[in-house]
Each structure stands twice: as structure tokens, then as C-alpha cells.
Design a protein around this ligand. Structure first.
Ligand SMILES: Nc1ncnc2c1ncn2[C@@H]1O[C@H](COP(=O)(O)OP(=O)(O)O)[C@@H](O)[C@H]1O
Ligand SMILES: [Mg+2]
Length: 277
């Protein structure tokens, strides 16, 4: 039985869809069998980001009881699978969000991970997203309104029997005035599971003529590196990144130089660095 994880927040626009898409790609790149579900049944954006907007059968059809879930699973990038929402507002009004739990249970056995891109707020479709999964990642930006709202989401998740894994702090600028990692952890009584920096490379994903997630464009972008660490932590895998291409900083370059001089480079010239998160 695979793991089902809801990607949720209190506030909208904090990066749920971006993180869900890029995390899914990062997991798939590591050979993990993953299915992404666009559970934001009113404001579907995940298809847009994955460049898959013309799916004939969607989650709407499944939740309306008009199609089977197998017919709504599509091939996404890097071997990941994807269940799109639907774009029709009329169908959105008619769908029975409570059916989502049965749908997720049906597919959970076929994947290592089923990740649900959730809606914002605390409406019925959010509750259905949380209730249909066993775990959740709480996405927030490092400011008071975002943290205050995601705290409510955490409480709701726990009441619904869902296990919040931790907070993913997104769009972090490492500036004075931001709420720090330790404080977030203390307020939320949860670990900060990942810290993803504010990154124009990530922001541009939605802005191009054709949307392309940063994980498919630039593996060395600072946001991509943190998403890869998040994926590794989630799946219990060692972090891997290509140290030749990544900017590990001057200290890392000097250490690497001395390590190679004295034969201490255990990578055997493979160029891949592994570290336990
Ligand atoms: N780490 C980041 N750095 C810069 N921009 C980001 C980052 N994460 C998300 N964004 C941008 O923020 C906007 C909202 O992101 P989105 O994933 O749609 O949020 P949500 O799904 O929570 O509404 C998008 O324009 C996206 O490109
Ligand atoms: Mg979204």
C-alpha cells in the first residue's frame, strides 16, 4: 500500500501546486512510482503547470460517477502519472467531493506515493482532500497570516485523523522580518520539513507561453535543489545532486580540491554527492 499525502495550506498562492508538481517530478526522477492528483476541483492549475490541459476524462467525471478512475490516469513527465481535475464550473458544482476518499483508496495500492494538490481555505473540498489522505504537508510562507491560517489546517487535519508530517516553508527570502524556521516549528508544534527559497526560476514556471516546472528546466536552480532534498526526505532516500553543476560555494570547492589531492574523494570521480538528510 502506497502513501497518500495531501499538499495543503491555509492561504492560497503559497506554492501548493508548484511544490506538488515539482515534488512529484523529483520523486519520479528517483524511480519512485508516483501519481499526482489535482484535488483543487474548483481552481485546477496542476494540468496547466504540467502542460496537460486537454484531458477528455477528468476527476470531475469520476466524482460524478460517470467514469472509472483508471480512465482518468494520464502519463506525465519522467514516468509519473497524473489525474487532472476538470475545468467546467458546472461540473464542479455537481461533483460529490466525498467520493474522493474511495477514489484515492482505489489507486493507493498501485503507487508508492499519491500526492494530492489541494485547494486553499477550509471549505468542503479541502476537508475531502485531507480526509482522503493519511498524511499531509502543510505549505506556508514565512509570515504571520500564512502561519496562522496553516495552523488551522493542521488542527483540522488532526481532527480528521490525518497525520501532518511538517511545514514546508516556501518563498523564503532569508530576510529580517520573516518568521524563522525555529519559531514556525515551535508555533506549529511540527518540524519544518523543507525550506524552499524564493526563486525567480520557480516563479517563471507559470509565466512562460508554455508552462514548464522548474524541476524539468533547471535541476541546479536553488528551488530545485531544495525540492530534491524534500523528495529524498519523504521517500527516505539519500540526497543526490551533481556537484559539478551545483554551486556548492567556495568552501565546498576548496574542500573538494583538497579531497581529490589527497585521494580522499570517495566518489571515485562519479561526480555525484550523496548525503543523508
Ligand atoms: N519558491 C517560489 N519562488 C518564487 N515563486 C514561487 C515559488 N513557489 C511558488 N511561486 C509562484 O507563486 C505563485 C503561486 O504558486 P502556486 O503554486 O499556484 O500556489 P497555490 O497552489 O498555493 O495557490 C505562482 O506564480 C508560482 O510560480
Ligand atoms: Mg494551486
Amino acid at each position: 500500500m502506497g502513501r497518500s499525502i495531501a499538499i495543503v495550506s491555509g492561504k492560497g498562492g503559497v506554492g501548493k501546486t508548484s511544490i506538488c508538481a515539482n515534488l512529484g517530478i523529483a520523486l519520479a526522477q528517483r524511480g519512485v512510482n508516483v501519481c499526482l492528483v489535482d484535488a483543487d476541483i474548483a481552481m485546477a492549475n496542476l494540468s496547466l503547470l504540467l502542460g496537460m490541459q486537454s484531458s477528455p476524462i477528468t476527476l470531475h467525471d469520476v466524482l460524478l460517477g460517470e467514469a472509472g478512475i483508471q480512465d482518468a490516469i494520464y502519463d506525465g513527465p519522467n514516468g509519473l502519472k497524473f489525474i487532472p481535475s476538470g475545468l467546467s464550473l458546472e461540473n464542479y458544482r455537481r461533483v460529490d467531493a466525498d467520493r474522493l476518499a474511495t477514489v484515492i483508496k482505489t489507486i493507493q495500492s498501485k503507487f508508492d506515493f499519491v500526492l494530492l494538490d489541494g485547494p486553499a481555505g477550509i471549505e468542503k473540498s479541502v476537508l475531502a482532500t485531507i480526509a482522503s489522505t493519511e498524511e499531509c504537508l502543510l505549505i506556508a510562507t514565512p509570515d504571520s497570516p500564512s502561519i496562522a491560517d496553516v495552523l488551522k489546517t493542521k488542527i483540522v487535519a488532526q481532527r480528521l485523523g490525518n497525520k501532518p508530517l511538517g511545514v514546508v516553508l516556501n518563498m523564503v527570502r532569508f530576510e529580517k522580518g520573516e518568521i524563522g524556521k525555529e519559531e514556525v516549528s515551535r508555533m506549529m508544534e511540527l518540524p519544518v520539513y523543507a525550506t524552499i527559497p524564493y526563486d525567480d526560476e520557480m516563479r517563471h514556471s507559470f509565466q512562460r507561453d508554455k508552462a514548464v516546472p522548474v524541476m524539468l528546466r533547471n535541476l541546479q536552480a536553488k528551488s530545485s535543489i531544495e525540492v530534491q532534498k524534500l523528495a529524498a526526505r519523504l521517500a527516505g532516500l539519500p540526497v543526490q545532486f551533481d556537484e559539478k553543476k551545483s554551486s556548492g560555494g567556495i568552501l565546498s570547492s576548496i574542500l573538494h580540491f583538497f579531497a581529490s589531492l589527497f585521494g580522499g574523494n570517495k566518489n571515485n570521480g562519479k561526480g555525484m554527492e550523496e548525503m543523508k538528510v
